[in-house]
Structure formats: C-alpha cells, structure tokens
Design a protein around this ligand. Structure first.
Ligand code: SF4
Ligand code: SF4
Length: 319
C-alpha cells in the first residue's frame, strides 16, 4: 500500500498538469495566433523607403524547426537522466552541459525557455483571447513531468542558464543551511510576482522573467548594460556560491522543486555500500545532501557527488 501511494500521487499530479495545460492550449488554439509584428503595417504598405526595424530577436523560426527543438529538448533530458541515474557519470554530464549551453544557449539564443513560458501559460489560463503555440506548451510541460518521476534532470545539464552557472563553479562554499533555506524562498516570491504581473490586463502586462533574465544578453551578444552587469555579477558570485540564480531566484526552479518532491528515482549517493564518510556532502556545491542523502527537491543533477565517492571506483559503475 505505502509503496503505491507516491506513484499514484505522481500520476495524478501529471494528469492534473496535463489537463490544465491542454485545456489552456485547446482554448488558446481556437484563436488565430498573430504576432503584433505580423499585423502591424509592413514596409511595402508604408512606402517612402521605410525599413521595418528588427523588433524581434531572434526572428521567428520555421514551425518544423521549433518542433525539432522540442524533440532535442526531450532527447537532452533523456540523456541527462541516463548519464546521471544509469551511467553515474560526471564526465558525460559535463559534456552534455557544454553541448546544451552551446545549442540552447548560444545557438538558439536562450529562446527555448521553460522559465519564461511560465508567463505565457499563466496568461493563457486567465485570458481567453491570448494564444500560445503548442511548442511553448510542450516546453513548459516536459521538464515538470520528468521532474515528477526522476527529479530535476532539466536543471542538471539541459537548461542553458543552469549550464552557464555550472561551468563557472570554482571553489564553492557551503551556505549555512538556515540561510540557504531562507534565500530559497525568494524564488517563490518571484514566481508569485511574475505570475501576478503577467496576468494583469493586456495594457499593463509585464513579463518580468524575460525582462530580467540575467544571462540572455550573453547568449545574444547584446543587451542592456545593467542586465549584462547583473549577469556578470551572478557568474562571479557563482564561482564561490554554486548556481545562485538557480537556487535562490529561478521561478521555474521552484516549480521543478515541487514536482521533484514526488519523484521516486533520482540521484543516490553510493551504488552499493555506504561509507558515510561525508565526501559527497562536501563535494555538493548546492547544499543538496542532507544526512548523507541527496535531497530530491534541491538536487541539480550535476553528478559531482559520484565523482567524489570512493565507492564509485568499482569497475563497471564508476565514471
Ligand atoms: S533552476 Fe532554473 S535556471 Fe537553474 S537550471 Fe533549473 S530551470 Fe534553469
Ligand atoms: S546531490 Fe549535489 S553533487 Fe550530487 S548530483 Fe545532486 S546537486 Fe550534484
């Protein structure tokens, strides 16, 4: 009985999530999706040599390429789960992290983004005239479903914002547990604020998650100076405090954290026997090991604990 309960709760949560999102999506798809830039007067109709400025960066992609991106996201998350849970490999996890940063970050310019999609989904659920494309719905939904079953695989080596911070961790300090917990509440405040500002009447609507994305300026090689400075500040801080944006501010991280509480699979510290030496807890830069166990809601799937563990040296199990 007791072993069935978490599984049924997970399936119920996935079904509710799917129901809510598909309802929003079906309602939204009934309305013709038009970007303001497409319905605004075009340069041919304006005449006089007028050239329409680049108002959207990056430019809209072909639909099949957007669908291909969703497929790549699914493949990347499957690989992240495989590298961490099956292979227990820090090396492969790092390789995937670098590849995700290159593709989803610098090539796609941070534009396949579940974090920002929180706002689109919130508006679609509250405004019957607002439409979101299927790919945005899928991008929002997929990492949450994965988290329900196996934890935060998306954060580990797929999310480009996480990847950027992962690669700058140099000499991480352990943030005192109480301070860590207190700072961790900020992301829920930010989540509530972002949803509140997104669902205001259209004239006053504000997508603050996108406006204050600290890393998108690096991906696009342009941005406001103050945001570039904030992004650089996060990266400098991230050399000694592991992934500060992920742990304390990312609103999507808050949703993933909730979902991953229900996961029954995820990072386990040693493959067979326990030494309880504490090396893994020292190696975890994210304070995600408590009493020699990985805490699912905090674990960012980096696989550092495996790399630090003498038991992982067993042939056939180690990196
Ligand atoms: S916490 Fe947010 S920014 Fe960090 S890896 Fe997860 S989704 Fe990306
Ligand atoms: S417990 Fe810590 S070190 Fe291990 S995978 Fe999770 S975040 Fe990384």
């Amino acid at each position: 009985m007791t072993s069935r309960a978490p599984r049924s709760v997970r399936l119920l949560a996935a079904a509710v999530l799917a129901g809510v999102l598909s309802g929003a999506h079906v309602a939204a798809q009934a309305i013709q999706y038009e970007r303001p830039v497409q319905v605004a007067p075009q340069q041919e109709t304006i005449g006089g040599g007028y050239v329409t400025p680049d108002v959207q960066r990056p430019r809209p992609r072909e639909y099949w390429l957007q669908v291909a991106d969703v497929g790549l996201l699914a493949v990347a998350m499957a690989l992240a789960v495989w590298f961490v849970i099956e292979r227990r490999s820090r090396a492969w996890t790092l390789t995937l992290t670098a590849a995700s940063l290159a593709y989803f970050g610098f090539y796609r310019q941070g534009c396949i983004c579940p974090i920002g999609s929180i706002q689109n989904v919130a508006v679609a659920l509250t405004d019957s005239t607002y439409s979101i494309p299927m790919v945005v719905t899928a991008v929002f939904f997929m990492p949450l479903v994965v988290a329900l079953f196996v934890g935060r695989a998306f954060c580990g080596s797929v999310c480009p914002l996480g990847a950027m911070q992962e690669l700058v961790v140099l000499k991480p300090i352990q943030v005192p547990r109480r301070l860590d917990n207190a700072l961790g509440l900020l992301k829920y405040v930010y989540l509530a604020l972002a949803i509140g500002l997104a669902i205001r009447p259209e004239i006053a609507r504000d997508f603050v998650i996108c406006r204050f994305d600290p890393f998108v300026g690096f991906f696009r090689r342009e941005g406001f100076a103050h945001m570039m400075a904030i992004g650089a500040g996060f990266l400098v801080l991230g050399t000694v405090v592991g992934r500060p944006y992920c742990r304390y501010l990312c609103p999507y991280g808050g949703l993933l954290s909730w979902c991953s509480r229900l996961a029954t699979r995820g990072v386990t510290i040693t493959p067979a026997k326990e030494l309880d030496c504490g090396l893994c807890a020292k190696a975890c830069p994210y304070g995600a090991i408590d009493r020699m166990r990985a805490v699912r809601k905090e674990c960012l799937y980096c696989a550092r604990c495996y790399a630090s563990c003498p038991c992982e040296a067993t042939p056939g199990v180690a990196v």
